[in-house]
Design a protein around this ligand. Sequence first.
Ligand SMILES: [Ca+2]
Ligand SMILES: [Ca+2]
Ligand SMILES: [Ca+2]
Ligand SMILES: [Ca+2]
Length: 468
Amino acid sequence: MTPKRLHLILLAFATTSWVRADLATNLVAYWDFEGTADNHSSASGGAAYHGTLVGNAAVTGGTALAGTGSLVLDGDGDYLDVATIVDVNQAWTASAWYRPDLAPAGTARMMVFETSGNNSFAISFGLRESGNPASTNHQTVVDTTPTNDLFGNRDIADTLTAETWNHVALAFTPATATVAGSVVTYINGLVSQTLVIPAGSTLIIPDSGFHVGTYRNADGRWFDGSIDEVAIWNRTLSRNDVTELYERGAASLGLTADLAAAGKAFVSVESSDPALGETFGTGLYDLNESVLIEAVPKDGSLFTGWSAPFGAEPDFFNLTVTASVTLTAGFAQDTADPDADGLTNYQEIVLYFTDPDLADTDSDQISDGDEVLESLTNPLVSQLNAVNWIAANLGGGTEPGDIVLTRDSGTNTLSFKLKIDSSETLQSWGPLLPAATSSSGVAAGLIAVSFPPPWVDKGFFRVVGEAP
Ligand SMILES: [Ca+2]
Ligand SMILES: [Ca+2]
Ligand SMILES: [Ca+2]
Ligand SMILES: [Ca+2]
């Protein structure tokens, strides 16, 4: 391949890089329940993840979310049985739409899905109190080791609505030995619960697969209603990915349906650092619709620009939707220091809560920067009493030039100098130290004083003199 040819290929990547990544990226298995008989893995999983319909489970009839088929379960022993799909201790996401019947026939719980094993499981999502749909809560259960059932029976305070399609996505980020992981539960496109997986914990590994419509042992907790668009990825879907999943389903479009053919596109507006700024405008839109795209920095941060090819756009602008697209807003800490106190606006606003436009927030003559970096005092609590003591006791002398401390409230500056003189005869005085570098390496004319511990909790020291 010639360098020129390579260059053209790189250019092609560069000019198309803003096109949104397909939701099918890292999609391992996907059941759309549009076929017949045992069903289904229509996306990248192929036949490896063919499910087996058990009991009276069917993929026709009922109400479909997208297309014409869904998994229809009667709450009396029906479910879809699937072989092991993903290594649950790697990143993964599981997603499903579910529609409980008005009077569910299930037992005390109705499971949407659960990994199966011999009395152990990794993840579980279902509905509690299925006999009373109006008060039913969702339930995400994550089973971890070494602490069994660490997150057992955590209810999510969302009320179930029967005979209505609801969407769930569980997005898992594994913990490492030193960094915590998480399972984020999204209900109908919104974050409903975040479970933290402690550093060093792993999920209990299932030994025999995945059940849709019952729990691990498949002898109860039957789902009564319809389930559709079940999918598993071996990556952690982002919040915007889940928004797309939800909005596709709400528009009766499957997760691999061609949006352009349906006259739609998904706009994903992302943040370079959600701690510094957030974005608005993400959603599924009609082609040619005009959408307000916004980047809003948090206090102490700045918007630095949009990703290409939107670099010339301001922090908010109208986008005419022509194709699915991802825009990323750049945010950075505001490093300006307009009050010249040595602290950036980000440090003042986010870290120390001082006034970014006032050098000495607590008016104690010590600047905010000096309090944080030098005296290690509280920049929000006045140390003026101590400063006044210093001014009263070190602020004057008997001879011209003896002033050792000056205080300029106009510039918030304290200045002082110390000098130790010595005398042999009391008739003449001279510097204690010769005008040369001392043996301890301290600069000429200075004295180094060391204090043995304990001293670390002391913020001020008095220098008291006595007539020789
Ligand atoms: Ca400042
Ligand atoms: Ca300040
Ligand atoms: Ca101060
Ligand atoms: Ca202070």
